[in-house]
Design a protein. Structure first.
Length: 303
């Protein structure tokens, strides 16, 4: 991918929130009940922000059979014109990929790839693309085979594998690290256990990385929940991340910012990036299979 094309997207696929989300969404912490109307309002706000970020928003109908279907990021890894269909690590989510596959293949005509090994699991939320290389977290949702598939299907990038199984505070790698801009990695600490996990991830990333990045330190998970897209940063509200983090972002990020409250969706472990599949499709990218044979071209070849 050419340098100017990283973090540049022209489509974003999102998926509406089903009614079943309210009581059946997977949650690592069962605490306060989810207010579905508020969750849908958060989704609408994010959709409106995306529409202001120079992307064509493709909105999928919710599927009541899949309470977590709004967390579409976990269903595929899309980098450049290639879309690798994920194999979600939680059984209740595995069927979500069917609809996504159709859109990526038939509507967007991307180069869609499948992981053949039935034992592999891979959630998109475990894959961090820095624009130059890829980090994959192997833990609760993604296993070794799933991570190896990322390396296999994106051979043009250095793919670094990080074991996150022992990080109790992490469901996905991107709960703790996200890109805040070109070459800027944001990392989120928090309570003792969160800080321990964040320090471990940063150490691993630093020892594996082929490139160097600036690090933006934030002191809670809401602070690090962000998405860099088309030269803009979408992040959580001041109220959710606190004054200190908001001040750090104010000071360090000079480009356009959009704020979204995600407090209901985050009760089911949702994050900004989890809500969309950003895609860059070259205008005239066509997947044509040639049926020309050697015999057809032989008369035109001078030996
Ligand atoms: C789940 O447990 O699968 C959903 N409730 C949350 C998924 C969030 N995905 C992500 O951050 N990539």
């Amino acid at each position: 991918m050419a340098h100017g094309e990283t973090f540049k997207y022209n489509y974003a696929i999102i998926c509406r929130i089903p009614q079943t989300f309210q009581y059946k969404a997977l949650r690592t912490k069962t605490g306060k009940p989810i207010d579905i109307d508020r969750a849908r309002k958060e989704y609408d706000d994010l959709r409106d922000i995306l529409k202001n970020c120079d992307v064509n928003v493709i909105e999928l109908q919710e599927d009541e059979n899949y309470p977590d279907c709004c967390f579409i990021e976990d269903c595929a890894v899309c980098i450049g014109g290639t879309a690798l269909i994920a194999r979600p690590g939680h059984t209740t989510r595995q069927g979500e990929v069917g609809e996504i596959r159709k859109v990526l293949k038939n509507d967007l005509k991307l180069n869609v790839q499948e992981i053949k090994d039935a034992k592999a699991t891979l959630d998109g939320g475990d894959v961090l693309f820095t624009g130059k290389e890829i980090f994959v977290g192997i833990g609760k949702r993604t296993n070794d085979l799933g991570a190896q598939a990322v390396a296999e299907f994106f051979p043009e990038y250095n793919v670094n594998l990080i074991k996150i199984g022992k990080c109790e505070t992490l469901l996905h790698l991107k709960d703790v690290v996200n890109m805040a801009g070109r070459n800027i990695v944001a990392v989120g600490c928090g309570n003792d256990a969160e800080t321990k996990d964040a320090n471990y991830i940063m150490k691993e990333m630093q020892s594996l990385a082929e490139y160097t990045y600036r690090v933006l330190h934030l002191d809670n998970r809401a602070g690090v929940d962000m998405l860099y897209i088309n030269g803009r940063l979408i992040h959580r509200t001041r109220e959710e991340m606190g004054e200190k983090n908001y001040g750090v972002i104010d000071e360090k990020i000079p480009y356009t910012r959009h704020r979204v409250n995600l407090s209901e969706l985050s009760k089911a472990d949702g994050s900004i990036s989890s809500m969309l599949l950003p895609i860059y499709k070259k205008k005239n990218q066509m997947n044509m299979l040639s049926d020309i044979t050697e015999d057809d071209i032989a008369p035109f070849c001078h030996k």
